[in-house]
Structure formats: C-alpha cells, structure tokens
Design a protein around this ligand. Structure first.
Ligand code: OXD
Ligand code: MN
Length: 583
C-alpha cells in the first residue's frame, strides 16, 4: 500500500543526504539477522557468548557520545514563548538553515535506512506511527527492539495516515556540531552527530515525549515519562499505577518489582506494563487509560543485579543489545553493581584492559541494555491491550536525601498537579551534568516537554476538570532519604511493595492516614513494616515533615516556578502559598 507523502519525503531526504542506497526495513527476522551480521563484520557489534547470551551483542559508543545532551536539544517552535524557559529554542527557519549545512551529503557512502515504526499496540486508538530515516544500523537494530517496526507500522499507516518524521545521521559524531532539533509544527525531529540512546532512537524521547506531548496538548491527552504497573492483591483485585521519576531513579526497578516472600506467599503480585513512557487518554467512563507506546526496555545497566532487579536481568538474557558495558573473557557482560565479585579481568566500555584495581569503572555509569519487553518474566498479560489499562494512582518522586517523606498523598487533583510541578531530584548520569546536584524536574518531564511548561501545567489542570472524580489519585514517594551517616532509611526494591499496598488501599477508600500540612501521610500502623528490621526511629524519620526544611522547600519552589512567568497557572502559586502558611 503506497503512501505517496511518505515516499516523497524519503526521496527528498535522500536527495539531500546522498546515500549510496536506500533500504526500507520490514522488521522481519531475516532482516534483523542480516543487520546484526553486518554490524559484527563492521565492528559495530561484538557477538556475545552464544550459549549463555544467545543473539546478544555488545556495542561501544564514541567516548564523547554516552548520554543525552540537553544543551544541544532544541524545540524549534514558531515563537520562543511556545518552547518556554526550560527548552533551548531556535527559530525553525534558522535551525533548518543550520542543519542544511550539516545534512547536505551527510550519508555519502552509507546506506540510508527507512524505519517505519508503530508506537503502541496494533489496533489501539492510542497508537501512532513514526518513521525514522537513519544512516546508523545500530539505531535500526535498537528500534527493532524498542518499537513495533516495519510492516506492522506501514499497515497501520495505510495510504494516507499521518506519521511523525525523524531524520538521523551520525555524520562524524563531532560533539561540537551535535543537534537534536524538534519542529513541533512539522511533527519532525532532525538529529545529527550522535548515535546514543535518547539522542538517536528518535521514537523514544523525541517522538514519544517531546513531539507527543504537543500532540497530547492539542488532542486532549497526556504523553508522560512514567512507568505503568499492575498490582494484584491476594483477593485478585488489580490496581494500575503510573509513576514519574527522573531518568535513572528506579522506574525500571519499580515496574519489575518482586514482592518480598511474605507478600508473594500471601498472593501479592506486581506486573509490568511499561518502564519509561505512558500515553494516557480518557475512556468513555472518564477514567484515564494508559498504554506503553514502546515494545522494549532501554534500561540502565549498572546497579541491575539478581538482588535489585532479577526480572530485568532475565529479560536481557537473549536478543539484547548491551551498550557501553564491560566484556568478560568468556564473552559475557559485566557492570558495576552486577552482584558477586568483580571479574579478575575484563575489557572496559572503551575497549581497554580492566582489572578490579583499575581507577575507572568497567562499565559506563549510563551504560544500557536494549531488550524486548515481551521477554520480561513480569510482563502483564494485558500490556498490549488496545484500549489501555485504567489508572487508579499516579506517583511522582525523585532522589532526595532529605526533606521528602517516604510517601504522601495529595488531597486533590489540583494539589497533586502542584506536587508534580514542584518535583525535584538529585542528578544522575543519564544526562550530561554534575551528578548529585538538586534540580527541579516537574513531572520528570523537564528535559522532555515539547512546549512551554506553564501551558503544560495548565493542560494537566484542564484534564482534571474534565475527568472530575474519575481522575487517578496523586501520590509522592521518596526511596532515597538518608540518615546523618549517609545510609538510606528505606530498604527499597521489593520492600517498596509495602508503599504500593498503602497506595492501593487509599484508592479503595482504605489505608489509614493522618493529615499533615503537605498532604495525607500513612499512619505508622498503616504502613506494614513487619519483618523489615528498621532501626529505631527510622519510620519516624521516613514519615517526618520538618516545617523548617519544608518552608525552605516552598521558597525554592517559588523561585523555580517563577521561571514560567505569566504562563504559570495561578492555582499552582496559590497551592504553594497555602502550603507555606500551613507550615
Ligand atoms: C531514558 C532516560 O533513557 O530517561 O529513559 O534517559
Ligand atoms: Mn526515561
């Protein structure tokens, strides 16, 4: 079924970039096999131990190309006011002019791959089609895991469907000329000089969040940086929960949580619908239904172990691409936080000999695995349900060593939107920048919202008006509070199920809570700590709201929210002022 608009666009990109050949991906097994073989021959992939890691490969990035680059990410909307203060802006014409200089002839001597992909389950009214044109076979191999790629997308597109366009070229990987440019009015992304993750797999942050957030604003839905999980209690009752945490703050771990034995034996289960992105739309019952638009996980490898996330580890035992992890002599992989003893020797992520005495980590802190979601032992059987899953609770959270209690609930949708807008977290290695520094990251969307965040907050408030009482309840969690010696109060990982249980109880009208200036806190009895062996006073510290710290927090929020100027909804400032006076 020819799509003349798509064909014409592909031809025009080929005329500009001048590849030796153009290849349309069909998404078949045979194609994937050929692509991987080609990457092995060219040195782009190292085949891993075929017995223990069948059809798995290791890729190494250019050492200057290992994370998303927010400074070089642009939203080229018509006016700077559409992009807002949290995005870099350039006028579309000016950016097109600049990129023309880079893209002209940039695929000379290379194959240009045309990758049609479907975001969301086939047949879902929430799904959308994207097409990425790229000269990177590494990107194609990743997209084949991360999306439903090839024929299935062309079928969904038909002869006149709309699609999001992405053009990507590695050019020379020169960091000085790297640009990740979004043109929301053209539903277009152009990315050059990077081959890494969110910079190059345009389906993910570029389309499913930045461009999709603009479509969602215009069409009345939400595109969010959220995991989706299904919690089942011993009575078989299901609660679907989304959670927004900044990059590398444990979304994948929470989505794949394994209940502690006591809970598992009682019949509690956590199953995974998605680990990074949720698209949410109203159903006819006015509830919000969520799909995971992706088909794979692009997870952070370091810290993933059989203790912290056995489900993730099992997911990447086959058909997986590892990027920037360490290679062991037996052709298997390793990273810091893998569990057990480090190998006596390995090859580090840059291809150098490594031993436990080496001064640098063996794997890059932002090294990743790209693995098919369907291989995840905890994948929910309804993760591809076309109508999505009905969401009862939304969680916001971040990495905060102080101030934020373990969990609290917002008493209203409006206050919940304020809680999301006021989110802050200590920086991780997922983006370039100083690790550990506290930064505000509203709804974990600061780097991913494709328009003015003041308008984005208003969009959230408007949806609350539309959904009324059917809207999900909103919570805030913090697994990362530390004592004076720097030790975490909360054991985290599987034990966080205890917090999910309270959240689910609250959604059913149960779960004892006390009112505090910041919202509803669990009573110490409502939070099950049996068998946890928490040191004395830990629970008090975890549930404490220190008015002095919180007053300072509201002041920092005032300063942060002021950035959004006139577009900041008055309701959010009012919530901040009211909170300060309650404190
Ligand atoms: C990601 C990120 O890769 O948020 O998911 O950086
Ligand atoms: Mn993410």
């Amino acid at each position: 079924m020819a799509h003349t608009g798509l064909e014409a666009w592909v031809e025009s990109v080929a005329r500009e970039t001048l590849p030796v050949s153009v290849y349309w991906c069909d998404g078949s097994e045979g194609e994937s096999h050929q692509l991987n073989e080609g990457l092995v021959r060219s040195g782009g992939f190292i085949r891993l131990n075929e017995k223990s890691l069948p059809n798995c490969f290791l890729a190494r990035s250019d050492p200057r190309d290992v994370a998303r680059v927010e400074e070089q990410t642009y939203i080229c909307s018509r006016s700077p006011d559409d992009a807002g203060p949290s995005n870099n802006w350039m006028a579309p014409d000016e950016m097109h002019g600049r990129l023309a200089g880079i893209m002209q002839g940039c695929m000379r001597g290379r194959t240009m791959y045309v990758v049609p992909y479907l975001m969301g389950p086939p047949g879902s009214p929430l799904s959308k089609v994207g097409v990425e044109i790229t000269d990177s076979p590494y990107v194609v191999a990743n997209l084949r895991i991360m999306t439903r790629m090839g024929r299935v997308a062309l079928e969904a597109l038909g002869s006149n469907g709309t699609f999001s366009r992405g053009v990507h070229s590695t050019v020379t990987l020169d960091p000085a000329h790297r640009h990740i440019s979004h043109f929301p009015d053209e539903n277009l992304v152009i990315s050059c000089h990077s081959n890494y993750g969110g910079n190059a797999l345009l389906s993910k942050k570029c389309f499913a969040l930045r461009l999709a957030s603009v479509l969602a604003r215009d069409e009345g839905w939400l595109a969010e940086h959220m995991l989706i999980l299904r919690l089942t209690d011993p009575q078989g009752r299901r609660t679907y929960i989304t959670a927004a945490f900044p990059s590398a703050c444990g979304k994948t771990n929470l989505a794949m949580l394994i209940p502690p034995p006591r809970y598992a034996e009682a019949g509690w289960r956590v199953e995974t619908v998605g680990d990074d992105i949720a698209w949410l739309k109203f159903g006819t019952d006015r509830r919000l239904y969520a799909i995971n638009p992706e088909a794979g996980f692009f997870g952070v490898a370091p810290g993933t172990s059989s203790r912290t996330n056995p489900n993730a580890l099992q997911t990447c035992q086959s058909n997986t691409i590892f990027t920037n992890v360490a290679l062991r002599p037996d052709g298997t992989v390793w990273w810091e936080g893998f569990g057990g003893l480090p190998p006596d020797q390995a090859i580090d992520w840059r291809g150098r000999d490594w031993t436990p005495n080496s001064p640098e980590p063996a794997a890059h802190p932002n090294s990743r695995f790209t693995a098919p979601a369907r291989q995840c032992p905890s994948i929910a059987d309804d993760w591809e349900r076309p109508e999505g899953v009905p969401i009862s609770a939304m969680i916001f959270g971040g990495r905060r060593s102080s101030v934020m209690p373990l969990v609290y609930e917002a008493p209203s949708w409006q206050y919940g939107v304020y809680v999301g807008a006021a989110m802050a977290s200590e920086r991780t290695a997922a983006a370039a920048g100083k690790v550990g520094e506290l930064r505000h990251d509203p709804m974990a969307m600061l780097p991913f919202c494709g328009y003015h965040m003041g308008d984005y907050f208003q969009h959230w408030l408007d949806l609350g008006q539309r959904g009324g009482a059917a809207m999900p309840r909103i919570f805030h969690v913090n697994w990362f509070k530390k004592d004076a010696a720097g030790k975490f109060f909360w054991p985290g990982f599987g034990e966080s199920l205890r917090v999910l249980k309270w959240i689910a109880d609250r959604c059913r009208g149960g779960g004892a809570a006390t009112e505090s200036p910041i919202g509803w806190l669990p009573t110490p009895e409502a939070l099950d700590t049996a068998g946890l062996d928490l040191p004395p006073h830990s629970l008090d510290a975890l549930l404490q709201v220190n008015p002095e710290e919180w007053i300072a927090e509201t002041d920092s929020r005032t300063a942060f929210l002021a950035r959004f100027g006139d577009k900041l909804p008055a309701a959010l400032l009012e919530e901040n002022t009211a909170l300060r006076s309650r404190l």
